[in-house]
Write a protein that binds this ligand. Structure first.
Ligand code: 1GP
Length: 225
């Protein structure tokens, strides 16, 4: 099911949209909703957002960035593994903890690893996970690792907060046959969404929902208009 997602909105439990805006997001042409954020993510806020979104028939993935907000009720659970982190914790240890604590709670078919490469040094997630900035060749090699060594379901080229390098995305896309390529970062318009969707299997739109809602909402129509 997640294999067919072309467009996804990412909602941050630590940020606010009006109910009217949330209704519009859930009724849009987007293929799915990801719930996740880097900081201030609480059980209460996540539960509230999930309950609201669940009124609609959109697939919903919880990105497990903190164990505190892990709960049943989602279609999928994305477990980030930050490939360009300089600390093993963000690649292995938190994931180990998540699996250990949730193994009896969640259906194992719903747990999906996301191999992240975070490319924006100003992004909170980049700083939190102590990333280094890889070269383009490094990124391509990480994609190869995701596909060939780890056989991850997702490779996530993450520019959170800034619009990324479409040429690099294209290069990465040429290396991935089985691993699903996700692009996220700085998409504010349908033209940008379409540009990245040429190469990414799935594009993610997050921040612009909170900054330029109407334009952001239109990005869900990449294949429709
Ligand atoms: C963030 O990749 C997503 O994790 C989307 O990025 O918030 O910049 O749209 P933006």
């Amino acid at each position: 099911m997640y294999e067919t997602w072309q467009h996804v909105f990412k909602l941050d439990p630590n940020k606010t949209l009006t109910f009217k805006q949330l209704d519009a997001v859930c009724q849009s042409n987007t293929d799915a909703i990801i719930i996740g954020g880097t900081d201030g993510v609480t059980l209460e806020d996540t539960l509230e957002l999930m309950t609201y979104v669940r009124k609609y028939n959109k697939p919903c993935l919880l990105e497990v960035s903190t164990m505190e907000a892990l709960m049943p009720g989602f279609d999928y659970y994305g477990v980030p593994m930050v490939l360009n982190s300089q600390e093993k914790k963000w690649m292995m240890d938190l994931q180990h903890e998540a699996v250990k604590d949730s193994i009896d709670l969640l259906d194992r078919d719903r747990i999906l690893a996301e191999g992240y490469v975070i490319m924006n040094p100003k992004a909170k997630a980049y700083q939190l996970t102590n990333c280094f900035l890889p070269t383009n060749d490094d990124v391509v090699a990480y994609a190869e690792m995701a596909e060939t060594l780890f056989r991850l379901p997702f490779f996530y080229l993450e520019y959170s907060g800034t619009y990324g390098d479409v040429d690099l995305l294209k290069k990465v896309s040429e290396r991935l046959d089985h691993t699903q390529l996700i692009y996220g970062g700085g998409i504010k318009s349908i033209d940008q969404a379409r540009e990245m969707a040429q190469y990414a299997d799935t594009i993610v739109v997050g921040n612009s929902l909170y900054d330029h809602f109407d334009e952001a909402l239109k990005t869900a129509n990449i294949t429709k208009e």
